[in-house]
Design a protein around this ligand. Structure first.
Ligand SMILES: NC(=O)c1ccc[n+]([C@@H]2O[C@H](COP(=O)([O-])OP(=O)(O)OC[C@H]3O[C@@H](n4cnc5c(N)ncnc54)[C@H](O)[C@@H]3O)[C@@H](O)[C@H]2O)c1
Length: 351
Protein backbone atom coordinates (compact mmCIF):
# COMPACT_ATOMS: atom_id res chain seq x y z
CA UNK A 1 0.00 0.00 0.00
CA UNK A 2 1.25 3.47 -0.85
CA UNK A 3 2.42 5.55 2.07
CA UNK A 4 2.56 8.66 -0.06
CA UNK A 5 0.69 11.71 1.16
CA UNK A 6 -2.22 12.39 -1.19
CA UNK A 7 -2.45 16.08 -1.99
CA UNK A 8 -4.75 18.41 -3.90
CA UNK A 9 -4.19 21.90 -5.27
CA UNK A 10 -6.89 24.56 -4.97
CA UNK A 11 -6.38 27.22 -7.65
CA UNK A 12 -4.37 26.12 -10.69
CA UNK A 13 -3.33 29.46 -12.14
CA UNK A 14 0.32 30.34 -12.51
CA UNK A 15 1.57 29.32 -9.11
CA UNK A 16 -0.78 26.34 -8.83
CA UNK A 17 1.06 24.85 -11.81
CA UNK A 18 4.39 25.54 -10.14
CA UNK A 19 3.15 23.55 -7.13
CA UNK A 20 2.00 20.71 -9.39
CA UNK A 21 5.44 20.50 -11.05
CA UNK A 22 7.11 20.64 -7.65
CA UNK A 23 4.95 17.89 -6.09
CA UNK A 24 6.02 15.66 -8.98
CA UNK A 25 9.56 15.92 -7.57
CA UNK A 26 8.57 15.07 -4.00
CA UNK A 27 8.89 11.32 -3.56
CA UNK A 28 6.49 11.09 -0.61
CA UNK A 29 3.72 13.08 -2.30
CA UNK A 30 1.05 12.02 -4.78
CA UNK A 31 -0.88 14.80 -6.47
CA UNK A 32 -4.38 13.35 -6.89
CA UNK A 33 -6.73 16.29 -7.46
CA UNK A 34 -6.94 19.82 -8.82
CA UNK A 35 -9.57 22.49 -8.31
CA UNK A 36 -10.31 25.73 -10.16
CA UNK A 37 -13.46 27.70 -10.87
CA UNK A 38 -12.44 28.08 -14.53
CA UNK A 39 -13.43 24.84 -16.31
CA UNK A 40 -11.19 25.39 -19.36
CA UNK A 41 -8.15 26.11 -17.24
CA UNK A 42 -8.95 23.13 -15.01
CA UNK A 43 -9.13 20.83 -18.03
CA UNK A 44 -5.93 22.15 -19.53
CA UNK A 45 -4.01 21.96 -16.25
CA UNK A 46 -5.39 18.52 -15.50
CA UNK A 47 -4.03 17.27 -18.81
CA UNK A 48 -0.72 19.08 -18.43
CA UNK A 49 -0.08 17.67 -14.96
CA UNK A 50 -1.68 14.26 -15.58
CA UNK A 51 -4.32 14.65 -12.87
CA UNK A 52 -7.69 13.08 -13.65
CA UNK A 53 -9.68 14.18 -10.59
CA UNK A 54 -10.78 17.76 -11.10
CA UNK A 55 -13.21 19.89 -9.11
CA UNK A 56 -14.80 23.23 -9.90
CA UNK A 57 -15.95 23.66 -6.30
CA UNK A 58 -13.25 23.42 -3.62
CA UNK A 59 -15.79 22.08 -1.09
CA UNK A 60 -16.03 18.92 -3.22
CA UNK A 61 -12.26 18.47 -3.11
CA UNK A 62 -12.26 19.01 0.65
CA UNK A 63 -15.00 16.37 1.02
CA UNK A 64 -12.68 13.69 -0.44
CA UNK A 65 -11.59 11.58 2.50
CA UNK A 66 -8.41 10.27 0.86
CA UNK A 67 -6.91 13.74 0.35
CA UNK A 68 -4.78 14.57 3.38
CA UNK A 69 -3.24 17.88 2.38
CA UNK A 70 -3.84 20.84 0.08
CA UNK A 71 -1.87 23.64 -1.47
CA UNK A 72 -3.95 26.82 -1.56
CA UNK A 73 -2.99 28.89 -4.62
CA UNK A 74 -5.95 31.22 -5.08
CA UNK A 75 -6.14 35.04 -5.05
CA UNK A 76 -5.29 36.58 -1.66
CA UNK A 77 -8.91 37.40 -0.69
CA UNK A 78 -9.69 33.68 -0.67
CA UNK A 79 -6.68 32.58 1.41
CA UNK A 80 -8.40 32.91 4.78
CA UNK A 81 -11.83 31.45 3.93
CA UNK A 82 -10.43 28.50 1.97
CA UNK A 83 -7.62 27.78 4.48
CA UNK A 84 -10.13 27.80 7.36
CA UNK A 85 -12.54 25.54 5.46
CA UNK A 86 -9.68 23.17 4.58
CA UNK A 87 -8.44 22.96 8.17
CA UNK A 88 -12.00 22.42 9.42
CA UNK A 89 -12.32 19.60 6.87
CA UNK A 90 -9.25 18.01 8.50
CA UNK A 91 -6.77 18.82 5.73
CA UNK A 92 -3.18 19.93 6.27
CA UNK A 93 -2.58 23.26 4.55
CA UNK A 94 0.24 24.80 2.58
CA UNK A 95 -0.90 28.39 2.14
CA UNK A 96 0.60 30.62 -0.53
CA UNK A 97 1.84 34.06 0.44
CA UNK A 98 0.74 36.57 1.56
CA UNK A 99 -0.95 34.74 4.44
CA UNK A 100 -4.19 36.75 4.07
CA UNK A 101 -5.51 40.26 3.50
CA UNK A 102 -4.58 41.37 7.02
CA UNK A 103 -3.41 40.21 10.46
CA UNK A 104 -6.93 39.54 11.79
CA UNK A 105 -7.54 37.00 9.04
CA UNK A 106 -4.11 35.51 9.76
CA UNK A 107 -5.02 35.01 13.42
CA UNK A 108 -8.30 33.37 12.43
CA UNK A 109 -6.38 30.90 10.27
CA UNK A 110 -4.07 30.05 13.20
CA UNK A 111 -7.12 29.53 15.44
CA UNK A 112 -8.61 27.12 12.87
CA UNK A 113 -5.30 25.25 12.75
CA UNK A 114 -5.24 24.92 16.53
CA UNK A 115 -8.84 23.70 16.65
CA UNK A 116 -8.18 21.17 13.87
CA UNK A 117 -4.76 19.99 15.07
CA UNK A 118 -3.47 20.00 11.51
CA UNK A 119 -0.30 21.33 9.88
CA UNK A 120 -0.32 24.88 8.55
CA UNK A 121 2.74 25.96 6.56
CA UNK A 122 3.24 29.39 4.97
CA UNK A 123 4.41 29.50 1.35
CA UNK A 124 7.57 31.47 2.14
CA UNK A 125 9.53 29.91 -0.70
CA UNK A 126 12.26 32.55 -0.74
CA UNK A 127 13.62 31.02 2.46
CA UNK A 128 14.09 27.74 0.62
CA UNK A 129 17.13 28.84 -1.33
CA UNK A 130 20.76 27.97 -0.67
CA UNK A 131 21.76 31.65 -0.35
CA UNK A 132 19.07 32.40 2.23
CA UNK A 133 19.90 29.25 4.17
CA UNK A 134 23.59 30.21 4.11
CA UNK A 135 22.86 33.66 5.54
CA UNK A 136 20.77 32.16 8.31
CA UNK A 137 23.57 29.71 9.16
CA UNK A 138 26.16 32.50 9.33
CA UNK A 139 23.87 34.59 11.54
CA UNK A 140 23.12 31.62 13.81
CA UNK A 141 26.87 30.91 14.14
CA UNK A 142 27.38 34.51 15.30
CA UNK A 143 29.58 35.43 12.32
CA UNK A 144 27.81 38.77 11.93
CA UNK A 145 27.86 39.68 15.63
CA UNK A 146 25.08 41.97 16.84
CA UNK A 147 22.79 42.81 13.95
CA UNK A 148 21.59 46.40 14.08
CA UNK A 149 20.52 47.28 10.52
CA UNK A 150 18.82 45.51 7.61
CA UNK A 151 18.41 47.08 4.18
CA UNK A 152 15.88 45.83 1.65
CA UNK A 153 15.69 47.02 -1.95
CA UNK A 154 13.23 45.00 -3.96
CA UNK A 155 12.81 46.92 -7.16
CA UNK A 156 11.04 45.99 -10.36
CA UNK A 157 11.41 48.61 -13.04
CA UNK A 158 8.15 47.49 -14.66
CA UNK A 159 6.69 44.47 -12.87
CA UNK A 160 3.04 45.12 -12.08
CA UNK A 161 1.26 41.74 -12.37
CA UNK A 162 -2.21 41.19 -13.79
CA UNK A 163 -2.97 44.88 -14.21
CA UNK A 164 -6.68 45.57 -13.78
CA UNK A 165 -7.30 42.10 -12.35
CA UNK A 166 -7.30 40.78 -8.78
CA UNK A 167 -3.63 41.65 -8.14
CA UNK A 168 -4.32 45.39 -8.52
CA UNK A 169 -7.73 45.42 -6.79
CA UNK A 170 -7.25 46.07 -3.07
CA UNK A 171 -10.38 44.21 -2.00
CA UNK A 172 -9.02 41.08 -3.74
CA UNK A 173 -5.31 41.40 -2.97
CA UNK A 174 -4.99 43.45 0.23
CA UNK A 175 -2.53 45.77 -1.52
CA UNK A 176 0.05 46.07 -4.28
CA UNK A 177 3.77 45.44 -4.46
CA UNK A 178 4.21 45.80 -0.71
CA UNK A 179 2.00 42.83 0.19
CA UNK A 180 2.75 40.86 -2.97
CA UNK A 181 6.56 40.86 -3.10
CA UNK A 182 7.49 42.82 0.04
CA UNK A 183 6.18 39.96 2.18
CA UNK A 184 8.90 37.63 0.81
CA UNK A 185 11.76 39.87 1.91
CA UNK A 186 10.21 40.95 5.22
CA UNK A 187 9.89 37.26 6.05
CA UNK A 188 13.43 36.60 4.83
CA UNK A 189 14.84 39.48 6.87
CA UNK A 190 13.10 38.38 10.08
CA UNK A 191 13.82 34.68 9.55
CA UNK A 192 17.53 35.06 8.77
CA UNK A 193 18.18 37.49 11.64
CA UNK A 194 15.71 36.11 14.17
CA UNK A 195 14.35 39.64 14.63
CA UNK A 196 10.67 38.73 14.94
CA UNK A 197 9.76 41.78 17.07
CA UNK A 198 8.99 44.73 14.77
CA UNK A 199 7.74 47.47 17.10
CA UNK A 200 7.25 50.71 15.14
CA UNK A 201 7.21 51.79 11.53
CA UNK A 202 7.24 54.99 9.52
CA UNK A 203 6.41 54.47 5.87
CA UNK A 204 4.83 55.85 2.74
CA UNK A 205 3.24 53.97 -0.12
CA UNK A 206 2.61 55.40 -3.58
CA UNK A 207 0.61 54.53 -6.71
CA UNK A 208 2.28 56.22 -9.65
CA UNK A 209 1.91 53.83 -12.58
CA UNK A 210 -1.68 52.58 -12.59
CA UNK A 211 -3.65 55.66 -13.50
CA UNK A 212 -4.51 55.64 -16.30
CA UNK A 213 -3.55 52.00 -16.83
CA UNK A 214 -3.18 52.53 -20.60
CA UNK A 215 -0.14 54.74 -19.93
CA UNK A 216 1.80 51.90 -18.27
CA UNK A 217 4.53 50.69 -20.65
CA UNK A 218 6.10 47.33 -19.91
CA UNK A 219 8.07 44.49 -21.45
CA UNK A 220 6.18 41.52 -20.01
CA UNK A 221 3.47 40.97 -17.43
CA UNK A 222 2.91 38.13 -14.92
CA UNK A 223 -0.77 37.09 -15.02
CA UNK A 224 -1.32 39.45 -17.97
CA UNK A 225 -2.56 40.76 -20.33
CA UNK A 226 -3.93 43.93 -18.70
CA UNK A 227 -7.65 44.42 -18.24
CA UNK A 228 -8.08 48.13 -18.83
CA UNK A 229 -11.73 47.95 -17.77
CA UNK A 230 -10.63 46.64 -14.37
CA UNK A 231 -9.36 48.30 -11.19
CA UNK A 232 -6.01 49.65 -10.05
CA UNK A 233 -6.30 50.95 -6.47
CA UNK A 234 -3.11 49.57 -4.87
CA UNK A 235 0.48 50.67 -4.20
CA UNK A 236 3.28 50.27 -6.73
CA UNK A 237 6.06 51.70 -4.52
CA UNK A 238 6.67 51.70 -0.78
CA UNK A 239 9.51 52.99 1.40
CA UNK A 240 9.99 53.11 5.11
CA UNK A 241 11.85 52.41 8.30
CA UNK A 242 10.96 49.66 10.77
CA UNK A 243 12.23 49.61 14.36
CA UNK A 244 12.84 46.39 16.27
CA UNK A 245 12.70 47.96 19.73
CA UNK A 246 16.05 49.50 20.58
CA UNK A 247 17.86 46.58 19.02
CA UNK A 248 17.78 47.14 15.26
CA UNK A 249 16.23 48.95 12.32
CA UNK A 250 15.20 47.91 8.80
CA UNK A 251 14.94 50.32 5.89
CA UNK A 252 13.04 49.13 2.87
CA UNK A 253 12.04 50.05 -0.66
CA UNK A 254 9.63 47.76 -2.46
CA UNK A 255 8.51 48.58 -6.00
CA UNK A 256 6.31 46.82 -8.52
CA UNK A 257 7.28 49.68 -10.81
CA UNK A 258 9.79 52.56 -10.57
CA UNK A 259 12.16 54.43 -12.83
CA UNK A 260 15.06 52.53 -11.32
CA UNK A 261 17.08 49.45 -12.23
CA UNK A 262 15.76 46.03 -11.23
CA UNK A 263 17.26 44.98 -7.93
CA UNK A 264 16.73 42.32 -5.27
CA UNK A 265 18.85 43.15 -2.27
CA UNK A 266 18.82 42.17 1.35
CA UNK A 267 21.78 43.51 3.30
CA UNK A 268 22.48 42.76 6.92
CA UNK A 269 24.90 44.83 9.00
CA UNK A 270 26.36 43.37 12.16
CA UNK A 271 29.21 44.32 14.49
CA UNK A 272 31.41 41.45 13.27
CA UNK A 273 30.32 41.20 9.66
CA UNK A 274 27.97 42.32 6.96
CA UNK A 275 26.61 40.63 3.88
CA UNK A 276 24.24 40.95 0.99
CA UNK A 277 21.91 38.41 -0.54
CA UNK A 278 22.17 38.18 -4.30
CA UNK A 279 25.00 37.63 -6.75
CA UNK A 280 28.36 36.61 -5.33
CA UNK A 281 27.98 36.52 -1.59
CA UNK A 282 30.80 38.31 0.20
CA UNK A 283 31.16 38.50 3.96
CA UNK A 284 32.65 41.89 4.83
CA UNK A 285 34.54 41.30 8.05
CA UNK A 286 37.93 41.56 9.75
CA UNK A 287 40.73 39.01 10.10
CA UNK A 288 43.09 40.04 12.92
CA UNK A 289 43.71 43.73 12.27
CA UNK A 290 42.83 43.54 8.59
CA UNK A 291 39.64 44.27 6.76
CA UNK A 292 38.70 41.11 4.87
CA UNK A 293 36.26 40.37 2.03
CA UNK A 294 35.47 36.67 2.27
CA UNK A 295 33.87 35.35 -0.92
CA UNK A 296 31.56 32.51 0.02
CA UNK A 297 31.55 29.63 -2.43
CA UNK A 298 28.71 27.15 -2.06
CA UNK A 299 26.34 25.21 -4.30
CA UNK A 300 23.52 27.52 -5.32
CA UNK A 301 21.35 24.93 -7.10
CA UNK A 302 18.27 23.33 -5.62
CA UNK A 303 15.85 24.56 -3.02
CA UNK A 304 12.78 26.44 -4.17
CA UNK A 305 9.30 24.98 -4.49
CA UNK A 306 10.29 21.28 -4.49
CA UNK A 307 12.15 21.77 -1.20
CA UNK A 308 9.28 23.80 0.27
CA UNK A 309 6.75 21.10 -0.61
CA UNK A 310 9.05 18.27 0.54
CA UNK A 311 9.20 19.97 3.94
CA UNK A 312 5.43 20.38 3.94
CA UNK A 313 4.93 16.68 3.21
CA UNK A 314 7.47 15.78 5.91
CA UNK A 315 5.52 17.95 8.37
CA UNK A 316 2.28 16.19 7.38
CA UNK A 317 4.04 12.87 8.05
CA UNK A 318 5.05 14.14 11.49
CA UNK A 319 8.76 14.01 10.69
CA UNK A 320 9.48 17.69 11.42
CA UNK A 321 7.57 20.85 12.26
CA UNK A 322 6.58 23.11 9.35
CA UNK A 323 9.46 25.47 8.53
CA UNK A 324 7.37 28.62 8.09
CA UNK A 325 4.68 28.92 10.73
CA UNK A 326 1.32 30.64 10.96
CA UNK A 327 2.62 32.79 13.83
CA UNK A 328 5.42 34.07 11.60
CA UNK A 329 2.86 34.72 8.88
CA UNK A 330 0.82 36.83 11.32
CA UNK A 331 3.91 38.89 12.26
CA UNK A 332 4.56 39.65 8.58
CA UNK A 333 0.89 40.64 8.18
CA UNK A 334 1.09 42.87 11.29
CA UNK A 335 4.08 44.64 9.80
CA UNK A 336 2.35 45.13 6.44
CA UNK A 337 -0.84 46.38 8.13
CA UNK A 338 1.28 48.88 10.09
CA UNK A 339 3.08 50.10 6.96
CA UNK A 340 -0.25 50.85 5.28
CA UNK A 341 -1.52 52.49 8.50
CA UNK A 342 1.61 54.64 8.80
CA UNK A 343 1.27 55.79 5.23
CA UNK A 344 -2.41 56.66 5.68
CA UNK A 345 -1.76 58.47 8.98
CA UNK A 346 1.34 60.24 7.66
CA UNK A 347 3.04 59.28 10.93
CA UNK A 348 5.09 56.62 12.72
CA UNK A 349 2.81 53.91 14.15
CA UNK A 350 3.09 50.86 16.39
CA UNK A 351 3.28 47.51 14.68
N1 LIG B 1 5.39 32.05 -3.77
C1 LIG B 1 5.51 32.82 -4.83
O1 LIG B 1 6.60 33.18 -5.23
C2 LIG B 1 4.26 33.26 -5.54
C3 LIG B 1 4.35 33.70 -6.86
C4 LIG B 1 3.19 34.09 -7.51
C5 LIG B 1 1.97 34.05 -6.84
N2 LIG B 1 1.91 33.64 -5.55
C6 LIG B 1 0.62 33.64 -4.81
O2 LIG B 1 -0.19 32.59 -5.31
C7 LIG B 1 -1.56 32.99 -5.32
C8 LIG B 1 -2.10 32.82 -6.73
O3 LIG B 1 -1.36 33.64 -7.61
P1 LIG B 1 -1.28 33.34 -9.18
O4 LIG B 1 -0.25 34.23 -9.75
O5 LIG B 1 -1.17 31.87 -9.41
O6 LIG B 1 -2.74 33.86 -9.60
P2 LIG B 1 -3.63 33.34 -10.81
O7 LIG B 1 -4.69 34.37 -10.97
O8 LIG B 1 -2.77 32.98 -11.97
O9 LIG B 1 -4.27 31.98 -10.26
C9 LIG B 1 -5.27 31.93 -9.28
C10 LIG B 1 -6.24 30.80 -9.67
O10 LIG B 1 -7.20 30.65 -8.62
C11 LIG B 1 -8.43 30.33 -9.26
N3 LIG B 1 -9.54 30.56 -8.35
C12 LIG B 1 -10.15 31.72 -8.04
N4 LIG B 1 -11.14 31.52 -7.16
C13 LIG B 1 -11.15 30.18 -6.89
C14 LIG B 1 -11.94 29.36 -6.07
N5 LIG B 1 -12.95 29.84 -5.32
N6 LIG B 1 -11.70 28.02 -6.04
C15 LIG B 1 -10.70 27.51 -6.81
N7 LIG B 1 -9.90 28.24 -7.62
C16 LIG B 1 -10.13 29.57 -7.65
C17 LIG B 1 -8.45 31.22 -10.47
O11 LIG B 1 -9.40 30.82 -11.43
C18 LIG B 1 -7.02 31.10 -10.96
O12 LIG B 1 -6.86 30.04 -11.87
C19 LIG B 1 -1.58 34.43 -4.82
O13 LIG B 1 -1.88 34.47 -3.45
C20 LIG B 1 -0.17 34.93 -5.04
O14 LIG B 1 0.23 35.92 -4.12
C21 LIG B 1 3.02 33.22 -4.90
Amino acid sequence: MSTKVKVGIIGVGTIGSVHADAYAKVGDAELVALCDILPDRLGEKGKRHGVARRYENYHDLLASADIEAVSICVPNRLHAPIAIDALQAGKHVLLEKPMALNQDQGRAICAARDAAGRVLQMGMVRRQSPDAERIKKLVDEGRLGDIYQIRIRLIRRRGIPGMGGWFTTKAESGGGGLIDIGVHFFDLAMWTTGLWNPTRVSAKVYAKFGSPMEDYHYVNMWAGPPNYAGTFDVDDYAAGLVRFGNQATMSFEVAWAANAQDEQMLEILGTKGGLKLGGDMVLLTEVDDLLADVKLNFAKEGGGFPQQLAKFVAAVQGKAPPPATGEQGVIAMRLIDAIYASSAADAEVEV
